[in-house]
Design a protein around this ligand. Structure first.
Ligand code: CP
Length: 303
């Protein structure tokens, strides 16, 4: 029994394997219709979600399985004071696998330590979001054909953006990747995420100015300023419009740039960019479902 709390819980070889399975699902979905027949996924979402929860649920249905769960803490016994540990023990009696989102960093790890079934972290506070990274990796692989030698720009709220932390951690395992970290001073990538880059001698620069670096990028990963993580609303209001990607700002970008965003979008990417062939953010949404199907099968040891 194995859980996925951090993207590093998967080896590079396992990520390659998940991508191969996802590609096979895309090519031959009919072969997967009964892979998880009689299996149950529990989605325990203590924090709002559209993509992660519903793509996990769609993934399980497309594998022939069933779904139970809750979409907000207030409709579960957490509202009466039940601990994550007790909930994990309880859900282990009902389901075969758990996908969990929680506003507190580390909560899915506590669930995994107490569950007797696999737990998948669907996002914990401002910490990690490994299955979004799986969606991002399949998208990068499909768009670029490789993970190596890419210049990856990440822009926006790099402090609280858990998708950013997991993606940097994942991409840092590939050769000759360079990171361009574009954020306001107050929203820079945390030290614990940058430390492995320093230790491994991986190239990265930090800047506040997107226009001075956009021409160098192979990937531009835009992110929303994470309102729900701010303690002070005035700070959020001051920082929320720091970066708005417009067609004008893209003027100097490569024709081969891939524009990504984990979504939800507030206003970081102008709607006019949705029709640009370089926009890949809705491809990420679909790719997330396929990678979650592959991950569920891996953890349930379905052949
Ligand atoms: N990308 C992502 O995690 O979206 P949701 O918050 O809608 O799940």
């Amino acid at each position: 029994m194995r859980s996925i709390i951090n993207i590093l819980d998967l080896t590079k070889e396992e990520i390659d394997q998940l991508i191969q399975v996802a590609e096979d699902i895309i090519a031959h979905p009919q072969n997967y219709l009964e892979k998880c027949k009689h299996k149950k996924l529990a989605t325990l979402f203590y924090e709002p979600s559209t993509r992660t929860r519903l793509s996990f649920e769609a993934a399980m249905y497309e594998l022939g399985g069933h779904v139970i769960g809750f979409s907000e803490a207030n409709s579960s016994s957490a509202a009466k004071g039940e601990s994550v540990a007790d909930t994990a023990k309880t859900i282990s009696c009902y389901a075969d696998i758990i996908a969990m989102r929680h506003p507190k960093e580390g909560a899915p790890m506590v669930a995994a330590a107490n569950a007797t079934i696999p737990v998948i972290n669907g996002g914990d506070g401002g910490h990690n979001h490994p299955t979004q990274t799986l969606a991002d990796l399949l998208t990068i692989h499909r768009e670029k054909g490789t993970f190596e030698g890419l210049t990856v720009g990440l822009c926006g709220d790099l402090k609280f953006g858990r998708t950013v932390h997991s993606l940097i951690t994942a991409m840092a395992r590939y050769d000759n990747v360079r990171f361009v970290l574009i954020s306001p001073e107050e929203l820079k990538v945390p030290s614990y995420v940058k430390m492995p880059l320093k230790q491994k001698g991986i190239s990265y620069i930090q800047t506040t100015d997107i226009e001075s670096v956009i021409a160098d990028l192979d990937i531009l990963y835009m992110t929303r300023v994470q309102k729900e993580r701010f303690f002070n609303e005035d700070d959020y209001i001051r920082l929320k419009d720091s970066y708005i990607l417009t067609p004008q700002k893209l003027a100097k970008a490569k024709d081969t740039l891939s524009i990504m965003h984990p979504l939800p979008r507030v206003n970081e990417i102008a709607l006019a960019i949705d029709d640009d062939p370089r926009a890949a953010y809705f491809k990420q949404v679909l790719n997330g479902k396929y990678m979650r199907m592959a991950l569920i099968m891996m953890l349930l040891e379905v052949k």
